[in-house]
Design a protein around this ligand. Structure first.
Ligand code: TPP
Ligand code: SF4
Length: 287
């Protein structure tokens, strides 16, 4: 029997930036005509993580900080799926930082949307790696995901959007989805998505955002220029928004296919045998 679930309405606070991310994602999926049964949305733990309940697609709620390895596994196992991972800045830049760096480096065709509110929203507003002022440790500048991404050779798509700049955000989501559907590798989109309840950054970010897409001196294909621009803007108290970097590098799953490991030869790995083993393990917990 097949059961189809209607996505629930979000439970976020009124005014939460995450509504803007969800709206833009729904628009982009519809604009590109990507059917729900070919879309797999996985998410980490946090207010951001509940987005996978609210979009018409297959959904999976991973452990905190572990959404990327799960999403990469899904993309390798079934290349027909459009695989999207989502999570917060706590999820991706703190507990999940190791996976984040290696996901960019490995370059599997997954779109990763990191909803950055510079706080741990779900656990009531503690500082995160992107908080400007660490309350306990004194002043600590925010970690910048774009600079981090640019420092990793092999990065093929790095972008930053802002929920209040919805036209640009829609466009970046479409570009990110096209990147992964063309199997060009990992697309990383950080979205500044304020937590209006515990850390309302709307006034600051409204004043700080700088659109590199409209800067004729900016080049998203030159990592050096992108890095210099982000750092210069940062020293001026500005935040770069737009398509930050696009590069070329063979996708992770392409190498797997070349080696004959995936997906045509997946049967050789006897997935049914693994399912039986998994079943035995799960049963052992209940006895
Ligand atoms: C292994 C583990 N450690 C800690 C937690 C507690 N926890 C739940 S959500 C969260 C952080 C949420 O912040 P973020 O990822 O930025 O998402 P947001 O809620 O702001 O959208 C933490 C620390 C957990 N669920 N699992
Ligand atoms: S606590 Fe913050 S991040 Fe969570 S739903 Fe409310 S506004 Fe959004």
């Amino acid at each position: 029997m097949t059961t189809t679930f209607t996505p629930k309405d979000p439970v976020w606070c009124s005014g939460c930036g995450h509504y803007g991310v969800r709206g833009a994602l729904v628009n982009a999926l519809s604009e590109l005509d990507i059917p729900a049964h070919e879309t797999f949305l996985l998410a980490g733990i946090g207010c951001s993580g509940s987005i996978q309940n609210n979009v018409n697609a297959y959904g999976y709620h991973s452990m905190h900080g572990r959404v990327l390895p799960t999403a990469i596994g899904a993309a390798i196992a079934n290349p027909d799926l459009t695989v999207i991972a989502a999570g917060g800045d706590g999820d991706g830049y703190a507990i999940g930082m190791g996976h984040f760096a290696h996901a960019i480096h490995r370059n599997a065709s997954v779109l990763y949307i990191l909803m950055n509110n510079a706080a741990y929203g779900l656990t009531k507003g503690q500082d995160s790696p992107t908080s400007e002022l660490a309350q306990v440790a004194g002043h600590s500048p925010a970690l910048d995901g774009m600079s981090m991404g640019l420092s990793i050779p092999g990065a093929t798509f790095l972008a930053r959007g802002f929920t209040r700049w919805s036209d640009q955000l829609n466009g970046l989501l479409i570009q990110g989805l096209e990147h992964v559907r063309a199997k060009k590798g990992f697309a990383f989109l950080e979205v500044l998505s304020p937590c209006v309840t515990y850390n309302d950054t709307y006034p600051d970010w409204d004043a700080q955002m700088y659109n590199v897409d409209e800067d004729p001196d900016f080049s998203c294909t030159d990592r050096g220029i992108a890095f210099q621009t982000i750092e210069r803007l940062r020293s001026e108290g500005r935040i770069a928004s737009g398509l930050i970097h696009q590069g070329e590098q063979s996708a992770f799953e392409a190498n797997w296919i070349k080696e004959g490991l995936c997906p045509a030869n997946l049967e050789a790995h006897e997935p049914q045998k693994n399912l039986d083993t998994l079943h035995d393990i799960m049963t052992s917990y209940s006895t």
